[in-house]
Write a protein that binds this ligand. Structure first.
Ligand code: ATP
Ligand code: MG
Length: 787
């Protein structure tokens, strides 16, 4: 009997149909972004079910995220006019392997009730083993070992298989500790994340009967985002597909962005060798983006070597060019994007109005989200952060804020509990209990209790001396919130109090600003150092977030104002209803699409990221270029790329150069916008020294900062030689060096507006602001005003 007609096939082009209807034997769909790979893969599942080639639970389908799996399941259900809840083996590698491993745990010496360790447990366990070996943890941190072991697991290497070339890892002890770690995990009936795949590969390799059972069971295997599979995942798939070879993999070599986590783009390039006779389907029609967006993306990715090379085309009309705009600094960039989002939402330049759900902001690193979150909260623009906590919910940010809270308010016991042993001060449960008991007995705060406990010698050894340092530190930092004590009205005859009670005293203005204080707190408490010595993949990101936190302080007059702001915004931002713009990293955006996409921070050092170039050279740069490509190709109709001239980085202004990828955008597909308003554009000091050409030069020309005040600042800068490091295109310019203001000079401050210089002390100026009266400000935040 002929199968009933399948309506979903009509939605596909002939190549996609071929990929869907070629059900037997290996199929590779190797095609560029937005060509309908995922759509075809979904249709293929529907087709296998519809034609009764397989029952729902006989299909193994691997996606990159759980979210993608859910969506695929829903789509299959819709295509078949029912539900696809029975497609049980549709999920991520990890979610599928954990189910399989529960069934066969005993084959690797585990019970089916094994627990999956989180990173903290993993580190704790490794630490015990490292100590037992008598290794100096400071020089050889446990997190480094965790990363090394993870790398081996990604490559499907059990301890006995670690190659001789890796024997030197972790001070020659790596392989030995790896073996000990695996043994200990087994004793604890536990696995770590990497084990899920590794154990399954081992089981398949050593128990042919089990492998055979699943080879027969999973009649069809489908894999999305195949370019990002690592060796262990690859081996696992190959073993499962070895007998029937009904495997369909889809991917795009240009979108391989997980090299840093062990993904091997070679897997996809090798497919035809692994599976001789494979049908290779190439899709070239793009259904997602307008021609301008597509061609801009192709222009960028062309810069990579060793590509398979694909030309994409589309039938949709040209639409808007990719828009490029430079801003003065990050705050201005966030402000502009916020306004732009609102105008796109309400319909602009004759375009339809877009829902916030159709828009996304894609950043390279999560710390870049903060500026947008703050701005959107300020203007009440609903947003969601995909794939991670929101900025102020991050661990390191909450730790840092606990320190700030405690400095401002020593009675904040919750904050004290949070940080008393972070970083580790050797204060275990017992010591902390002693503090609690002492505080309660004396009816004082925990900080006071800690001081008493130390004074009375109740906490001994390293813990005691570290606690004393903390308590003293808190008092010292607290004192810096204020200036020195001085009599009221000193030097001002009119208000001098000549009453009988004698002179009144008050605190003068603080001697350092709150950003400097924040840095001092984080440094002197050892908190920054804790992350600096941390060797995990996340640590550099956490340090960047801490730097970004200090940047966020700039907008506030003091720490207190900042903490109030954060508690207010955290309060009204929990519910997840209504339309929202999405903010996420480029990595998290893989496979997704949005009508309007904003790509901020296209600057050297950000995208491409300095770290990935430093660590992986040309390979790293090429992966960054693929990230840029992934970013542009997420956009359907509007794609906006932005960059800034200056970023405040850990309290220092850093001049930014536009990303080299901006230079690679083909000019004819790009609209260079001139930013409106006073702060608009401005290539400032960074642009002056750097050689530039083509588009980049046009961007600079378009953005020449118009304020005469800025021009004067530039003139001053040009009379001082500014060091330009040869290797790096990023230059840090100390704008303090430019603070040669004179008394009475009219100046402009970004926040307080115009005023006259009434006092000069080093890099601090006292300015009598026209609107808000006299204030002390740091010279680098002002520029000469246009008279
Ligand atoms: P990526 O590489 O970014 O993962 P992809 O190749 O998986 O992209 P899809 O997400 O499957 O592409 O499809 C991109 C868009 O094009 C989707 O909105 C999809 O519905 C649409 N599309 C795909 N194929 C067709 C087609 N034959 N006709 C109309 N629209 C299509
Ligand atoms: Mg896809």
């Amino acid at each position: 009997m002929a199968a009933r007609p399948a309506p979903y096939l009509n939605e596909l082009n002939p190549e996609q149909r071929l990929a869907v209807e070629t059900m037997d034997g290996p199929v590779l769909m190797l095609a560029g972004a937005g060509t309908g790979k995922t759509k075809a893969l979904t249709a293929r599942i529907a087709h296998l079910l519809h034609t009764r080639r397989a029952r729902q639970d006989e299909i193994l389908a691997v996606t990159f995220t759980n979210k993608a799996a859910r969506e695929m399941k829903e789509r299959v259900g819709r295509l078949l006019g029912g539900t696809a809840d029975g497609v049980r083996w549709l999920g991520t590698f990890h979610s599928i392997c954990v189910k399989l491993l529960r069934r066969h745990a005993e084959l690797v010496g585990l019970k089916s009730t094994f627990t999956i360790l989180d990173t903290d447990d993993q580190i704790r366990l490794l630490k015990q083993l490292i100590r037992a070996e008598g290794i100096d943890e400071k020089r050889w941190p446990p997190r480094l070992l965790a990363n090394i072991i993870d790398g081996w697991k990604n490559r499907a290497l059990t301890p006995d298989k670690v190659p001789a070339a890796d024997a030197g890892a972790y001070n020659d002890k790596g392989p030995k500790l790896y073996a000990a770690y695996q043994l200990r995990l087994r004793e604890l009936n536990a696995v770590d994340f990497g084990d899920l795949l590794l154990h399954m590969v081992v089981i398949f390799q050593t128990h042919p009967d089990v492998l055979e059972q699943y080879q027969r069971w999973f009649k069809y295997i489908l894999v999305d985002e195949y370019q990002d599979t690592n060796v262990a995942q690859y081996l696992w798939l190959r073993l499962l597909a070895a007998s029937h070879k009904n495997i369909c993999c889809v991917g795009d070599d240009d979108q391989s962005i997980y090299g840093w986590r062990g993904a091997e783009v070679g897997n996809i390039l090798r497919f035809e060798k692994d599976f001789p006779g494979a049908h290779v389907v190439r899709l070239e029609q793009n259904y997602r983006s307008t021609p301008h967006i597509l061609k801009a993306a192709s222009g960028v990715i062309k810069g990579n070597s060793g590509r398979l090379g694909k030309e994409l085309w589309t039938e949709v009309p040209d639409g808007e060019k990719v828009r490029l705009i430079g801003h003065w600094d990050g705050e201005e960039e966030a402000r502009w994007i916020g306004e732009e989002v609102e105008s796109i939402q309400s319909g602009t330049r004759g375009m339809r109005g877009y829902s916030l759900d159709e828009m996304a902001i894609l950043v390279r690193a999560s710390h870049q989200m903060r500026a947008f979150e703050d701005r959107f909260l300020t203007i009440g623009l609903p947003y969601r952060v995909i794939g991670g906590p929101r900025f102020y919910e991050r661990l390191e940010i909450r730790d840092a804020m606990a320190y700030f809270r405690l400095v401002i308010s020593p009675e904040d016991d919750l904050a004290f509990e949070r940080i008393v042993n972070t970083p580790k001060r050797g204060l275990g449960d017992k010591a902390q209990q002693t503090i609690q008991v002492t505080a309660r007995a004396a009816g004082v705060s925990l900080v006071e209790g800690a001081r008493l406990a130390v004074d009375q010698g109740l906490i001994k050894g390293k813990g005691g001396s570290e606690l004393r340092k903390l308590v003293e530190g808190l008092a010292r930092w607290n004192a810096k919130l204020r200036g020195p004590v001085r009599p009221v009205g000193l030097g001002d005859e009119d208000v001098l109090d000549d009453g009988a009670e004698g002179p009144q005293y008050e605190y003068g203005p603080p001697e350092i600003n709150h950003m400097e204080l924040a840095e001092i707190i984080l440094d002197e408490s050892g908190y920054t150092a804790m992350w600096q010595s941390d060797k995990t993949i996340e640590a550099p990101g956490r340090l960047e977030n801490l730097k970004e936190l200090v940047v966020a302080l700039e907008k506030f007059e003091n720490l207190q104002g900042f903490l109030e702001h954060v508690s207010l915004i955290m309060d009204n931002s929990t519910e997840d209803v209504g339309e929202k713009i999405s903010i996420m990293t480029l990595h998290a955006a893989k496979g997704l699409e949005f009508s309007a996409v904003f790509l901020p921070g296209w600057e050297e050092g950000f995208l491409p990221s300095q770290r990935s170039m430093d660590e992986s050279g040309v390979k790293g740069l090429e992966e960054e270029r693929r990230l840029a490509y992934v970013g542009i190709t997420r956009a359907e109709e509007l794609c906006t790329i932005t960059f800034v001239a200056n970023r405040l980085y850990f309290g220092r202004w850093q001049s930014q150069m536009p990303s080299r990828f901006i230079d690679e955008l083909p000019e004819e597909h790009v609209d260079v916008l001139t930013p409106p308003g006073l702060y608009g554009g401005g290539y400032g000091a960074a642009g002056m020294g750097g050689a530039s050409s083509g588009l980049e030069q046009r961007v600079m020309d378009a953005n020449v900062y118009n304020s005469p005040g800025w021009k004067r600042l530039q003139e001053r800068a040009s009379t001082r030689p500014v060091a330009q490091p040869k290797e790096s295109r990023n230059t840090t310019i100390d704008l303090n060096a430019l603070s040669s203001y004179v008394m009475g000079e009219r100046v402009f401050h970004q926040k307080f507006g115009y005023g006259a210089v009434v006092g000069i002390e080093g890099d601090k100026l006292e300015i009598d602001f026209e609107k808000s009266g006299p204030k002390k400000v740091v010279a680098r935040f002002i520029c000469a005003a246009d008279d």
